[in-house]
Design a protein around this ligand. Structure first.
Ligand code: SF4
Ligand code: SF4
Length: 303
C-alpha cells in the first residue's frame, strides 16, 4: 500500500481543498476500474474532511480514551489539603480537579494519605474521554476520522488511533490518502510516520516559505519523500519563485502551481471537492497534479 500525506505549515493554505480533490480523483479512478483508495482525516484538532467525504456508508462511532485525569472521591476525601499544593499544574482547587488543567501526572494520587481496602486513593487517576473516532465504510471505501475534545492533549495518540482504525478496516486497497494537521506538532509527527510521500501545500508568503522548510525537515527525518505544490501561486509571484528556488536547491519536486480561483471557496461552501467544479482553472491544475502523483507512486505502471 502507498500512503500520501497532505500537509501544510499552517492553517488556511488550502491543504484540505487539495486533499479532498485528490481523494475525489482517486475515487473516480477507482469507480472506473482503477486502484481503490481509502482516506483519513488526521487533523483531529479541527477535522473538516468529513464535510466533503464523510457521511455515507456504515458508520462506527466510538469514544476515545487518551490520558488519564485525576478525580477526587468526595465521600472519602478528608480535606487534609496535601494534594493541592503538590499539583504543579494548579489543577486542584477547593478539593476539586479541573480536568482541563490536569496533566494526569499522578503526583496527587501518590501522596494522598487516604486509601481504601482495594488500595484506591481518595484522589486517583481515571480514564477520560479525550475525543471521538468515526469510521465510515462502504464496499472498498473506508474513511477514518476523529475529533479531539477541547483542552485535551492527546492529539498525537488520537491520530495514531485514526490511522489504526483505517488500517484495521481496509483490505488490500493500494492507496491511502491522509489529510494531516497544520504545523509540525505532535499530530503531524503521528501522521507522517510510515508514509511514502508528503505533499506539502504551501502559499506564496514569507511564512509559507518558512513553514514549508520546517515541514521538509520533519518529513525527511521520518524518511518520507517530499513533494510541494503552491496554492494561489499567482497572488505573489515573487514568493512563488522563492519557493521554487528553495525546492530546486533541496531537490524537492515542485509538482504544481495552483492559481487563485474563487471556485475553491464556492466548492468548500457547497461541501464539494474543487475538482468537481467545471471550468475551474485550479481544478485543471489539480487534475494534472494527480496524474503526476500517480506516476511517482507507481512509476512502472500507468495508473
Ligand atoms: S494528576 Fe498531576 S496534574 Fe492532575 S491533579 Fe494530580 S497532580 Fe495535578
Ligand atoms: S490528599 Fe487526598 S484526602 Fe487529602 S485533600 Fe487531597 S484527595 Fe483529599
Amino acid at each position: 500500500m502507498k500512503q500520501i500525506l497532505v500537509l501544510s505549515g499552517k492553517g488556511g493554505t488550502g491543504k484540505t481543498t487539495v486533499a479532498a480533490s485528490l481523494i475525489a480523483l482517486a475515487e473516480a479512478g477507482a469507480a472506473a476500474g482503477g486502484k481503490s483508495v481509502v482516506c483519513a482525516d488526521c487533523d483531529v484538532d479541527a477535522p473538516n474532511l468529513h464535510l466533503i467525504h464523510g457521511g455515507h456508508g456504515i458508520v462506527t462511532k466510538e469514544d476515545y480514551y487518551g490520558f488519564e485525569k485525576a478525580k477526587i472521591d468526595p465521600e472519602r476525601c478528608t480535606r487534609c489539603g496535601i494534594c493541592e499544593p503538590l499539583c504543579r499544574f494548579d489543577a486542584i482547587r477547593n478539593f476539586q480537579v479541573n480536568t482541563l488543567a490536569c496533566e494526569g501526572c499522578g503526583v496527587c494520587e501518590a501522596f494522598c494519605p487516604v486509601t481504601d481496602e482495594n488500595g484506591r486513593k481518595a484522589i486517583h487517576l481515571e480514564q477520560n474521554v479525550s475525543g471521538t473516532t468515526q469510521l465510515f465504510q462502504q464496499g472498498d471505501w473506508v474513511f477514518s476520522t476523529a475529533e479531539l475534545k477541547m483542552g485535551n492533549g492527546a492529539s498525537g495518540k488520537l491520530v495514531g488511533q485514526v490511522r489504526k482504525n483505517l488500517y484495521n478496516a481496509m483490505d488490500k486497497q493500494p492507496l491511502a490518502i491522509l489529510d494531516g494537521s497544520p504545523g509540525i506538532g505532535c499530530p503531524v509527527i503521528a501522521s507522517v510516520t510510515g508514509v511514502d510521500v508528503v505533499l506539502i501545500v504551501t502559499e506564496p508568503t514569507l511564512s509559507g516559505l518558512h513553514d514549508m522548510g520546517r515541514l521538509v525537515d520533519v518529513a525527511r527525518q521520518f524518511g518520507a519523500e517530499c513533494l510541494v505544490c503552491i496554492n494561489r501561486y499567482d497572488l505573489h509571484p515573487g514568493y512563488s519563485e522563492e519557493i521554487a528556488a528553495y525546492c530546486s536547491r533541496l531537490g524537492i519536486p515542485l509538482l504544481a502551481r495552483i492559481p487563485y480561483d474563487p471556485a475553491a471557496i464556492e466548492a468548500v461552501n457547497h461541501g464539494e471537492p474543487l475538482v468537481n467544479v467545471p471550468d475551474s482553472p485550479a481544478a485543471a491544475v489539480l487534475r494534472e497534479l494527480w496524474v503526476d502523483l500517480q506516476f511517482r507512486l507507481w512509476p512502472t505502471v500507468q495508473a
